[in-house]
Design a protein around this ligand. Structure first.
Ligand SMILES: C[S@@+](CC[C@H](N)C(=O)[O-])C[C@H]1O[C@@H](n2cnc3c(N)ncnc32)[C@H](O)[C@@H]1O
Ligand code: SF4
Length: 380
């Protein structure tokens, strides 16, 4: 193969709770590549686990390291596509790292350039679908921070934050307020935030170079917002969204997103109008995990799923007339195309993946598979 399915093992590190480090999302790769409890970033970056991942990726043996739920793997599975060696730079790989990939290196001299922080749940809210209740290890967090900041001058993309809130977490807030990013034009911060503390810190962070900002809103009304985003006030959200609108030129993309669940699905159409009133793009994503009775996808509530499907289809159909982009496919593609209403596609993907043959009726197997995390197509 004159390329690789995914360049992550050569350029990216994600920090997760308890010090675990992965080369991308925990749900997409099979195992961590190290732990910041006992190792430094440098130990991990050319350690045996990452070397082995690079080797498997070069061999095309993704089954041994990745899960089919990863979008790169799904992209590969649907049509045998991959990243050609000649196109590595187009996928965000810096030229020196691209050369090392092309040379087949598993021990590299280029540092990681993409970082994602999902290693602390410190947050100013307690949203009903989010689990931020883990015990924080402040010493570990500080050690990770001190190690990480030495990589900032050569980093290209820092995603703050996949868990907790970047302005409530002491470590990520410190990065944004204290690091002089204006000296490093190639370094961009991507923000994933509830947005409520933006105004408080804006004067101290506005010198940074930002890529996109994703503000999680989840509702189109005050009542639903304050029910889901517990601790948040709708009026504060509006003030912060106004600030982002005033500074729209500072972000490559502004997105508001809704995690669709029982408490908010009725507001799906109004949420698109809300985004359009600000000129912000809109993304819908599926809730994962049980979250009490909020995840009606897992509970298999057909009536509700059909209602959501109809709303999303209508949005899809009227999208061209909108001044903003609305993403309903990334997370609801199967539902919209009607491809997999009962999880059959997921079942067959799983059987192919493990090389299993079915001895029970399909309907029984689908029933057993429903909502099992870690299976192909499952959002976890
Ligand atoms: C965990 S938050 C961290 C960043 C920030 N605090 C925020 O709310 O955007 C990242 C994203 O995960 C989403 N999220 C939280 N719990 C979820 C769940 N159970 N299923 C799917 N998405 C979830 C949030 O809505 C948010 O868009
Ligand atoms: S604001 Fe984000 S991290 Fe905080 S509880 Fe809500 S979804 Fe979770």
């Amino acid at each position: 193969m004159d390329g690789i399915i995914c360049p992550a093992p050569w350029n990216s590190l994600h920090f997760f709770e308890a010090g675990r480090v992965y080369t991308c999302c925990t749900g997409w790769v099979k195992s961590p590549v190290g732990s910041l409890r006992s190792q430094t970033i440098s130990d991990i970056w050319n350690g045996p686990e990452v070397q082995s991942m690079r080797k498997k990726m070069l061999e095309g043996a993704w089954q041994e390291i990745c899960r089919p739920s990863c979008p790169f793997i799904q992209w590969h599975l649907s049509g045998g596509r991959y990243v050609k060696f000649a196109d590595l730079e187009k996928h965000g790989v810096i030229p020196a790292a691209a050369d090392e990939i092309r040379a087949g290196k598993t021990v590299v001299s280029t540092p990681p350039t993409v970082f994602n922080f999902s290693n602390s749940g410190y947050c100013n809210l307690k949203c009903i679908m989010c689990n931020t209740n883990l015990k924080e290890d402040n010493d570990l967090l500080e050690r990770a921070y001190n190690d990480f900041i030495t990589y900032l001058p050569t980093a290209r993309k820092v995603i703050l934050s996949g868990w907790g809130d970047p302005f409530a977490r002491p470590d990520t807030r410190k990065i944004l307020t204290e690091f002089d990013g204006s000296r490093y034009p190639d370094l961009k911060f991507s923000l994933i935030t509830n947005g409520l503390l933006l105004k408080r810190y804006w004067e101290r962070i506005k010198h940074q170079n930002f890529a996109g900002i994703n503000i999680s809103v989840d509702a189109a009304t005050k009542e639903t917002y304050e029910k889901i985003r517990v601790g948040g006030r709708w009026e504060d959200l509006i003030e912060n969204l106004d600030l982002v609108r005033e500074n729209r030129g500072r972000f490559s993309e502004i997105v508001i997103n809704m995690t669709v669940m029982r408490a908010n699905y009725r507001e799906i159409p109004a949420f698109v109008d809300f985004g359009e009133s600000y000129g912000f793009n809109v993304v819908f994503q599926k809730i994962t995990g049980r979250c009490g009775d909020q995840n009606f996808f897992l509970h298999g509530d057909r009536k509700l799923i059909a209602e959501v499907k109809a709303m999303l289809k209508e949005i899809q159909a009227s999208r061209k007339a909108r001044k903003i982009s609305v993403d309903v496919e990334s997370n609801f593609g199967n539902l919209l195309s009607g491809e997999d209403p009962d999880g059959e596609r997921r079942l067959h993907a799983l059987l192919n993946y493990w090389g299993w043959k079915l001895t029970a009726p399909v309907s029984k197997a689908v029933e057993l598979l429903k909502g099992k995390p870690g299976t192909p197509g499952h959002p976890d």
